[in-house]
Design a protein around this ligand. Structure first.
Ligand code: EPU
Length: 423
């Protein structure tokens, strides 16, 4: 079991480079199944989830060539296995993203049923409902989703019953090769959805309206493929800025797209950070001051992202004042609360909100990572705490943060990774 050992009390200073976005890379890799020719995808982050998606594509028979600098060339003309097996779906729910492309391109797909996970039950009913509207015959068992079409999917007018990111992506990918026009209403407006649409368009799809809640897709006969560079990771950007705010530091993040991080940057400004947005960079300076508490409510883009909630609970733990943070996207995304309490944080959890009383007294402790963003929150708390913090189960963090200890250490942190010995 991997463990991070964090010596707290540093003030982060310096600059780092933001990686490609995990939640953009995963659907774009899945979309390679739609293309007749090869696709070349660059700016991929070096992450466990990306490796899992590449393994999944490989097991289905796609030809994957790894280039330097985390670029890959994927050719799906050799696909022979139209299923996503349970072992991979269990390790990564985003495997569901191959359902729409496989069905649309090959007329059939079997994907192991993604179960719930640490942050919620996470059903996929909206994906299935929309694909049925496009003419797919879908059977669901406890273990599998099996989908087939009698020929091609048909374009359809679909209204999502709730805003779902991967649901919108799955349906948008399926619609690119469907017969006729599709409209997705109440679509997710997340930048990752728009990035996928731009990628598909560059490969020959005809999508418009991405980035708004109504996406239109004119089906085409095939996608020719091409090149695409994944956008930069707005959640990684926000996480490093939150860490700098918490440690009263001053950092600059390059290769960033600040236009995707509006709600997070606004929150940081309200907490007392001075922020300069460049075209591809963000600089945050706390001028050595302690952050001020700030109330937050998560919601789909452009509101404050659920993927930044845990990190901002951590910032509020050391801030001046008290704050209420409400989670509205997932029903169980506060697993970090009891771990933060071990570090002296004063937090009350009530239904789907936490009340945080800021304190100057966070201390190092032995804590356990339970999911990706919760782990990031514990690392942030460890950086700001007095003394040493041990964070166990950091495999969660490797799913979403490239070289996290190296990047933090570049900013002056003291983090070491070790193999924890199980008693
Ligand atoms: N939902 C349903 N039915 C569906 C789909 C979703 O009830 O068919 C519910 C979910 O249970 C949840 C809400 O709708 O309560 C929103 O879920 P969504 O489908 O938008 O989440 P997702 O697509 O599974 C993506 C990201 C998550 C991120 C969420 C919300 C990827 C690969 N994952 O998940 O990222 O939190 O959108 O923005 O894009 C992370 O990176 O840490 C992460 C969890």
């Amino acid at each position: 079991m991997n463990r991070l050992i964090i010596e707290g009390g540093c003030q982060l200073r310096g600059d780092i480079r933001c990686s490609g976005a995990k939640n953009s890379a995963l659907p774009i890799l899945a979309a390679s199944l739609l293309a007749r020719g090869s696709v070349h995808i660059s700016n991929l982050p070096h992450l466990q989830d990306v490796t899992t998606m590449l393994e999944l594509l490989g097991r289905m028979g796609t030809d994957v060539i790894h280039d330097e600098d985390m670029s890959v060339e994927v050719n799906s003309s050799t696909v022979r296995e139209l299923s996503a097996p349970v072992d991979l779906v269990r390790t990564m729910r985003a495997s569901i993203l191959v359902l729409g492309p496989m069905l649309s391109r090959f007329g059939e797909a079997t994907v192991a049923m993604p179960g719930g996970c640490a942050i919620g039950t996470r059903p996929v009913d909206q994906h299935i409902r929309a694909l049925r509207q496009m003419g797919a015959e879908i059977t669901e068992t406890e273990e599998h989703i099996h989908a087939r079409t009698g020929g091609h999917l048909r374009g359809a007018e679909i209204t999502m019953e709730l805003v779902t990111v991967t649901g919108t992506e799955n349906v948008m990918m399926a619609a690119t090769l469907a017969e006729g026009r599709s409209v997705i209403r109440n679509a997710a407006c997340e930048p990752e959805v728009a990035d996928l649409a731009r990628c598909l368009n560059s490969w020959g799809a005809r999508i418009s309206g991405h980035g708004t809640d109504t996406i239109e897709i004119e089906g085409v006969k095939h996608l020719h493929g091409g090149e695409y560079a994944v956008m930069s990771d707005r959640i990684e950007l926000g996480t490093y800025l939150a860490a700098a705010a918490m440690t009263r530091g001053c950092i600059e993040v390059f290769n960033a797209q600040p236009e995707h991080a509006g709600a997070v940057l606004d929150a940081l400004r309200s907490m007392g950070a001075e922020i300069d947005e460049g075209e591809h960079s963000v600089r945050l300076d706390m001028k050595g001051r302690r952050p001020r508490s700030h109330d937050l409510t998560t919601a789909p883009f452009p509101a404050f992202p659920t993927d930044m909630q845990a990190q901002f609970v951590a910032v509020n733990c050391v801030a001046e004042g008290s704050a209420r943070i409400q989670e509205t996207v997932f029903e169980n995304r506060f697993m970090h609360v009891q771990e933060l309490r071990r570090m002296g944080a004063q937090i009350e959890l009530q239904d789907n909100a936490v009340y945080v009383e800021g304190s100057d007294e966070l201390h190092g402790s032995h804590v356990e990572a339970t999911d990706l963003r919760a782990s990031a929150c514990l690392v942030l708390a460890g950086l700001a705490a007095r003394g040493q913090t041990l964070v166990d189960n950091v495999h969660h963090i490797d799913r979403g943060y490239e070289c996290i200890e190296e990047k933090f250490n570049l900013l002056g942190a003291e983090i070491q990774r070790t193999e924890a010995v199980t008693p």
